[in-house]
Design a protein around this ligand. Structure first.
Ligand code: IMP
Ligand code: MG
Length: 336
């Protein structure tokens, strides 16, 4: 049995989706289940010519043999969920915990209409903050109360723990990043929930003793969308000169870009209980590494960066992403 949590180590958008997809393809999990806040998360999925911003379905959906779940801690917007299920053709293998909190249209209006949330904090405007507030006030609907969700309802903790007892593998997918955790991030410029590995376990009803691995994903050049402190932020001109530009999947806002932050990486690895780290965007450290699939193909510049990062993190870097394609990855997990 192996239960692996995958979380973001910086401010989100570290490339967790690709790491989840790669691990799923190699480890063949029975279940991929999502934790995290809700549809404020976004990952871009390219299918043929088209590009989709997926917000509710776990990014592991690209691995066709796993059952997909949304854990009880997560907020579900039924409109977004049903649209994505349709678009991605995952009906029949996707399930929602009956206790998930529901985002109503009114939550979205409150999020967007609030000067504090939409302007000062720079929220994604997806209703997550107000929906979590109502959940804490115990006036929310739950997934089981929504007629359109009936055919998707399950007990996610039972599904996952049964699979683990049966000797199967499970991936618990986090969303957002450590730096925007309600508890550990740059409060008040944070999302409406903790985003660390313990939260992702709790979101899915898996006890801490049943977690085998926590893979924290870091980005060689961290990014941040929305407001808030960003210690290593670069001037926009500098990232432009480096040829790095990124836009948010949900909000399409330009992402702020920074240098590697060793102190943040160490602290994040500590709180997350990191057992292994993944680093994405090594091709931005040295373009000669683009598409590399083995460690021998990495340049001296890239290796020096990785050695320093590993020292900062305090855990082995076992996955190195070298480009956007799913095959652009170096997997060192066997030799750990
Ligand atoms: P909210 O989660 O929509 O309330 O937004 C609060 C802050 O978290 C804003 O700065 C958002 O840009 C940021 N945020 C929320 N979800 C994500 C995510 O999935 N990736 C990156 N930033 C996020
Ligand atoms: Mg994202």
């Amino acid at each position: 049995m192996a239960c692996t949590i995958i979380v973001g180590g910086f401010f989100g958008d570290e490339g967790k989706g690709k790491i989840v997809a790669h691990i799923a393809n190699t480890d063949r999990p029975a279940i991929i289940s999502r934790g995290g806040v809700g549809p404020n998360a976004g990952h871009t999925v390219n299918i043929g010519e088209k590009s989709y911003g997926v917000r509710m379905v776990p990014s592991g959906f690209v691995y066709p043999d796993a059952e997909l779940c949304i854990g009880s801690g997560v907020l579900v917007d039924p409109r977004v969920f049903l649209k994505e299920v349709d678009l991605l053709g995952v009906k029949g293998r996707i399930f929602v915990d009956r206790r998930c909190g529901i985002i109503e249209e009114e939550h979205i209006q409150r999020d967007r209409g609030s000067e504090h949330l939409s302007k000062k904090i720079g929220s994604t405007g997806t209703g997550c903050g107000p929906a979590n507030a109502d959940r804490v006030m115990r006036i929310s609907r739950q997934a089981k109360d929504v007629p359109e969700l009936q055919e998707y309802i399950t007990d996610v903790p039972l599904e996952i723990n049964d699979a683990l007892i049966g000797g199967e593998s499970v991936i618990l997918e986090g969303t957002q990043g450590f730096g925007i955790s309600l508890y550990y991030g740059t409060y008040p410029f944070v999302t409406s929930k903790d985003t660390s590995a313990s939260q992702i376990a709790a979101d899915n009803g898996v006890g801490p003793t049943n977690i085998d691995d926590v893979i924290v994903v870091f980005k060689a050049f961290p990014t941040r969308v929305g407001e808030g402190p960003f210690a290593t932020e670069m001037p926009a001109q500098k990232s432009h000169d480096l040829g790095i530009e990124e836009f948010g999947t949900v909000t399409h806002r330009p992402r702020r870009i920074g240098q590697w932050d060793g102190d943040m990486a160490r602290y994040s690895a500590m709180v997350n209980g990191c057992t292994q780290a993944a680093i994405t965007g090594i091709d931005r450290i040295d373009s000669a590494c683009a598409g590399a699939t083995s460690y021998d193909q990495l340049t001296e510049t890239a290796r020096t960066f990785l050695d320093k990062a590993e020292e900062d993190i305090g855990a082995p870097v076992t996955l190195i992403s070298t480009g956007p394609d799913i095959t652009h990855i170096i997997d060192l997990r066997d030799i750990v």
